[in-house]
Design a protein around this ligand. Structure first.
Ligand SMILES: [Zn+2]
Length: 345
């Protein structure tokens, strides 16, 4: 992969992603999708934690939300001119290969296209995969976009390999309730130190791309990182709350706390304050090093993505072992997180 001589990040990556001065991570060239960076294990623990609590699979909710998000995301990855020429067989095949490469570049895993019959069928194998249900939605949304028709999707694991089969269908169902919504955008001085050559935040030089497995690794923690559209996760959380009740946001927050508490214990030198947040595109804290008193008052996170997740992170990294926390949205684009302890101080 061609790398930037300033920061070492893949040039292909810097061309397809942009960090705005307001702390927002956008897919390029058109900026149609807002993205975030997450630890893969964090995502897995959230979904598995919910399934354990409920005693049932939430795969179909995740897949349906991701399918809609991916439909929009691929429009940004495929150049506009190419998008209009997808009726040409060779170019459509090229579009799928571009998606396979993009998946590897944003840490979704290693994909192999096994079969493509135009307007009919798509079969692929993926290993490793960032999350099976999310990737099924990705592939499904891409197929429906490129082929211009709806499809039916099925998947199965053989050993560690995930196989996905998508078949064109006249009367495929689309779940109407899972509408995607865009988060509001406000001014948020992220103040990134940027690479002088490619303009990406310099902190990305801590990320290591591993093309042979399609992963991004954080060289400071060893964790597998991936990038994800905000709309899909937002839609998944809202749908779970709608179906399963108000306890879901609190559960997501607690599962997040548990994951970042472990990160803080394992990597105390890295998770000392909130400076780790900005580069992830999840929000810009107004105060990156809050005192216990300021935490009780509340820390505002501008352009914050998902209150339960941000609150769990802040409480894990800045609060004590007995942290108690909550969150709200005092105005659009701001998430306020308050952290105290069980004694109420
Ligand atoms: Zn660079």
């Amino acid at each position: 992969m061609l790398e930037c001589r300033g920061c070492g990040v893949s040039r292909l990556f810097s061309l397809s992603n942009r960090w705005t001065d307001d702390g927002i991570l956008l897919s390029m060239p058109r900026g149609l999708a807002r993205l975030i960076v997450m630890e893969r294990e964090h995502m897995v623990e959230i979904f598995q934690g919910i399934e354990e609590k409920l005693g049932l699979s939430i795969d179909m909710i995740i897949i349906e939300a991701k399918r809609k998000d991916a439909y929009v995301y691929v429009q940004d990855i495929i150049p506009p001119l190419l998008g209009r020429l997808l009726h040409i067989p060779l170019l459509r095949r090229f579009a799928y290969y571009a998606m396979v490469m993009q998946a590897s570049l944003i840490g979704l895993g290693k994909v192999k296209l096994l079969e493509h019959r135009r307007g009919e069928r798509l079969v692929g194998r993926i290993h490793p995969v960032y999350y099976h249900a999310l990737f099924c939605g990705d592939a499904w949304g891409a197929f429906e976009n490129f082929e211009g028709l709806s499809g039916e999707m099925s998947f199965a694991f053989f050993g560690k390999d995930l196989f996905i089969n998508i078949q064109a269908a006249q009367d495929a169902q689309v779940e109407e309730r899972l509408l995607l919504r865009e988060l509001p955008t406000i001014v948020a001085p992220a103040g990134y130190e940027r690479c002088r050559v490619c303009g990406l935040p310099i902190e990305l030089s801590n990320f290591r791309w591993e093309p042979e497995t399609g992963r991004i690794l954080d060289s400071r923690t060893g964790e597998w990182l991936f990038m994800q559209g905000t709309r899909a996760l937002d839609a998944v959380c809202r749908e779970l709350e709608y179906e399963l009740g108000e306890e879901i946001p609190r559960l997501v927050s607690e599962l997040t706390w548990k994951f970042f508490r472990r990160m803080k214990v394992e990597h105390p030198e890295f998770f000392t304050d909130l400076t780790f947040m900005k580069v992830r595109g999840i929000g810009v804290p107004e105060n990156e090093t809050p005192t216990p008193e300021e935490l009780r008052e509340g820390v505002n996170i501008r352009n914050g993505f998902n209150g339960p997740i941000l609150a769990g992170m802040v409480a894990a990294v800045c609060g004590g072992e007995d942290a108690k926390w909550d969150w709200d949205t005092p105005s659009p684009g701001i998430i306020k997180v308050r952290v105290g302890n069980s004694a109420g101080t």
